[in-house]
Write a protein that binds this ligand. Structure first.
Ligand code: SAH
Ligand code: DHB
Ligand code: MG
Length: 219
């Protein structure tokens, strides 16, 4: 199987199951026009985030890594009208694009974009969050995971993107900071008794990667 097949199947999934609409498409095109990197979650992945957050009845969502607000819109759509989403973004340029997209999507009133390094923002946030999506600088993923646990309640879900990286995670010659950060994440999850976790390998329009899912336990 090659990337052409993965793209075709993602398109097939979208054609049948409804993983895009004009608002979401506009978010991607305005992000591209604004010069943002094209690294948002794929449409099927975005819908998975919405389904996971809505399945646990999430009312407060935390996101680390906003970019142009594509995953943010999916997550905000899982929320009730009095829900809240806090999303952390380092780049004020990305945050500006995201703000326009979120307002255009009709969910801007639910979303608080915190500009700055997430590691500085996280200690200022009030717990608990029901759902956390981590998708920023991979070097910091172990720290973000520990913060996500700290900001959770029993039953909260934590989803972390890009935890396979084309298989680099097990390639001994891959020593780049993002891969080292990914390995540090798995060690942090292994060493955290307050979660039950798995990771799933994925293929699709974003290539071969995966995500890690952790449920915070009643301890
Ligand atoms: N979740 C988005 C994609 C996020 S891309 C989506 O799927 O639509 C990663 C984002 O993390 C980028 O916008 C980048 O600027 C931001 N980022 C990188 N380092 C960061 C940091 N230290 N703190 C907060 N955000 C950071
Ligand atoms: C990159 C970051 C992501 O979050 C992603 O899903 C894909 C790629 C990157 O930095 O290249
Ligand atoms: Mg990602």
């Amino acid at each position: 199987m090659d990337e052409q097949t993965w793209n075709d199947v993602d398109r097939y999934i979208g054609d049948h199951l409804g993983v895009s609409d004009a608002v979401l498409d506009h978010t991607l095109s305005s992000s591209r026009a604004g010069g943002l990197p094209e690294i948002a979650v794929s449409p099927p992945q975005g819908k998975l985030l919405m389904l996971l957050a809505s399945s646990i009845g999430a009312r407060r969502v935390l996101e680390i890594g906003t970019l142009g607000g594509y995953s943010t819109i999916w997550l905000a759509r899982a929320l009730p009208s009095d829900g809240q989403l806090v999303t952390c973004e380092y780049s004020s340029e990305h945050a500006l694009v995201a703000r326009q997209n979120l307002d255009g999507a009709g969910v801007g009133n639910l979303v608080d974009i915190r500009i700055g390094a997430a590691i500085d923002t996280l200690p200022t946030l009030t717990a608990p969050f029901d759902f956390t999506f981590v998708d920023a600088d991979k070097e910091s993923n172990a720290d973000y995971f520990r913060w996500a646990v700290q900001l959770s309640r029993p039953g909260s879900l934590i989803v972390i993107d890009n935890t396979v990286r084309g298989g680099a995670v097990t390639d001994p010659t891959a020593t780049d900071p993002a891969t080292q950060g990914t390995r540090a994440l798995y060690e942090a999850v292994r060493d955290e008794p307050r979660v039950s976790a798995t990771a799933i390998q994925t293929v699709g329009s974003k290539g071969y990667d995966g995500f890690l899912l952790a449920r915070v336990l009643d301890v």
